[in-house]
Write a new protein. Structure first.
Length: 72
């Protein structure tokens, strides 16, 4: 499964990560940048450490899970 992680800095200087499952591919870096700017400008997401004040990074993370049979 792939996830898009949007990482921001809040007023306390802490990194806050918001995750979106199964992003549309290919991910458009310009669009991600614009959306992150809008999230900060419109103050639409909540953080325990105050408002989001800066973009830190965005990344696509892919997780592969392989089950191991331990009951046999």
């Amino acid at each position: 499964m792939k996830r898009l992680e949007l990482r921001f800095e809040n007023e306390e200087g802490k990194i806050v990560t918001y995750t979106l499952d199964d992003p549309a591919e290919p991910v458009d870096p310009e669009q991600v940048n614009e959306v992150m700017d809008e999230i900060i400008a419109e103050n639409v997401l909540f953080s325990n450490g105050g408002d989001l004040v800066a973009k830190r990074s965005a990344r696509v993370v892919e997780q592969n899970i392989e089950e191991i049979d331990v009951m046999g």
